[in-house]
Design a protein around this ligand. Structure first.
Ligand SMILES: C[S@@+](CC[C@H](N)C(=O)[O-])C[C@H]1O[C@@H](n2cnc3c(N)ncnc32)[C@H](O)[C@@H]1O
Length: 226
């Protein structure tokens, strides 16, 4: 990512555009190899098997069931975390943590992370990624009112989860601090119902359709108002 900075007078410049001169400054360059190495299919996840054995599973992305499709790409997880605007030292929560894409993105920028997922089989893997993990239901979060600086999350996309996801938004609104941001990637069918939760102390600030390699999604971001 580059930024163009205007240059006054006859100084040297990198780019001329509409009769004006600019210097090009590189703000950020993605290291494609590093991003690839961090991808879910390259990670090893500590999974508890039905037998009770805990085993490191390379490339684990869920068992293919509608409620356990997991593995947000690194760039999407980072986008959700960055959009929260949380600073170093702030606590970020992911209440639908899956195999920890958002947890890892948040930990990489030195944020404190709380994770929660209803599936107990994920608890060792998520704890190993450095989050304070809880097994629980996002409709009944085990956190105090207004105790969390930011939330970034990706609930399950399945149609049958609509009322659960809507209820969880109420809980997220309860635990987030005033001024804190909540970012979510969801299915288009969920987005409408979530937008309509106007009774909650949340103001919708971002509402963008996103196409994730052929999968239509919606990126929503709210800020908690008092
Ligand atoms: C789309 S996945 C999240 C994937 C995650 N972003 C990642 O990178 O792996 C949704 C997760 O929500 C969990 N889930 C489903 N219902 C839940 C509920 N009521 N409360 C908390 N977690 C739930 C599922 O077990 C699943 O891991």
């Amino acid at each position: 990512m580059d930024v163009l900075e205007p240059v006054a007078g006859r100084a040297s410049y990198d780019v001329q555009w509409r009769g004006k001169h600019y210097l090009v400054t590189n703000l950020y360059a993605e290291d494609a190899d590093t991003a690839r190495e961090q991808a879910p299919d390259r990670r090893v996840f500590l999974l508890e098997l039905p037998t009770g054995e805990v085993r490191p599973v390379p490339g684990y992305r869920g068992d293919g069931q509608a409620l356990s499709r997991r593995g947000l790409p690194v760039c999407d997880a980072r986008l959700l975390v960055n959009l929260t605007g949380a600073s170093e030292g702030d606590t970020i929560l992911d209440p639908f943590a899956g195999i920890g894409g958002i947890v890892l993105a948040a930990r990489a920028t030195h944020r404190r992370v709380l994770s929660l997922d209803i599936d107990p089989a994920l608890r060792f893997g998520l704890a190993q990624f450095g989050a304070r993990h809880a097994v629980g239901d996002a409709r009944c979060l085990p956190y105090r009112d207004a105790s969390i600086a930011a939330i970034a999350t990706e609930p399950p996309y399945d149609e049958d989860t609509l009322s659960m996801v809507v209820k969880s938004l109420g809980e997220m609104a309860r635990v987030i601090q005033p001024g804190g941001r909540l970012t979510m990637l969801c299915a288009p069918a969920q987005a409408d119902a979530l937008r309509n939760q106007t009774h909650l102390p949340l103001k919708l600030r971002l509402d963008e359709a996103v196409n994730r390699k052929g999968l239509p999604c919606v990126l929503l971001a709210w800020v908690k108002v008092v």
